[in-house]
Design a protein around this ligand. Sequence first.
Ligand code: ADP
Ligand code: TRP
Length: 330
Amino acid sequence: MGTEKKIIVTGAQPTGGFHLGNYLGAVKNWYSLQDDFECFFFIPNLHAITCPSYSPAELRHNTIQMLAQFMACGLDPQKSHMFIQSSITGPTELAWVLNCLTPVGQLFRMTQFKAKSEQKDFVGGGLLYYPVLMAADILLYNAHLVPVGEDQKQHVELARDLAIKFNQTYAAIFNIPEPYILKTGARVYSLQEPTKKMSKSDPNRKGTIFIFESIDGIRKKIRSAVTDSGTGITFSKDKPGIANLMDIFAALTGLTVETIEAEYGAYSYNDFKNCVTEAVIEHLKPLQERYLKLLKNREYLNSVLEEGKKVAQTHASRMMTKVYRKVGLF
Ligand code: ADP
Ligand code: TRP
């Protein structure tokens, strides 16, 4: 294999379109990892069915859409392995083995489980065991680093605990993975409530810019972004709306916040909003064009998945043979 690159594993659930926060905070950074690491980018559709009200037809559609989004945002099948979680034999088998090592108390204490189970009338076992399946995704490909947002860090820590426990109980076969919280990723806030993070589940759709929404829609949303009643483009905690727009502008243009203050300080809020709008559109337009083209070429998307699956399955099968042998299974 020549020089061994460290392994990166991460996934994004097929729950609709990326928004500017997903893009600037996560996917744009994954793009820059592809040259230095062996990357496994997958679509965790088995995790998606832990949501009791999902629609099967929509799930299949969103899964393919997610692949097209990955690629439109610059993930490159020549460099990285892209595949669907459920197309691999291994994640659920490994999850079962890991389940047997997991104290249920730790699962009941998971922040995401607590938050999600409170919101639901029906709490399925899948929601409780969700982090163990995620640990299986990570350990199956022997990840060194797992790029995730803060909210998923606790799950990666469980994967670490389980890798250590397996290695001590049976045999040392797993790398101990580490969460990889990218420092360069911008944190993007809602355009309507700029102290709350931009989120796809925000009921106020005007606060979230989806990266594949119409240019017109984007213009309107930025124009009606909430700001304070002051003046001046300066970065301050008391001006969360303007600070958020400055952060977005900085992430898109590569300018620092200081440079933006120096160059745009005297602009009116409206003029600055126009500059942000143009920067967003200029950046997203080529992504949108790539996306539409990709979605029309289903054959190509299928071939990318086939290629990714081949490599992922080879790694997974090799690992599962080891796991079963060490655990005493056939
Ligand atoms: P959402 O909160 O909209 O449901 P997800 O939980 O699916 O988003 O997040 C997927 C990825 O995008 C994670 O790595 C997460 O950290 C990142 N992300 C989500 N929202 C933001 C945001 N507002 N700013 C920066 N990064 C974000
Ligand atoms: N739970 C992650 C999320 O919602 C998605 C995910 C599933 C994942 N398996 C993973 C992320 C393995 C990283 C590694 O964002």
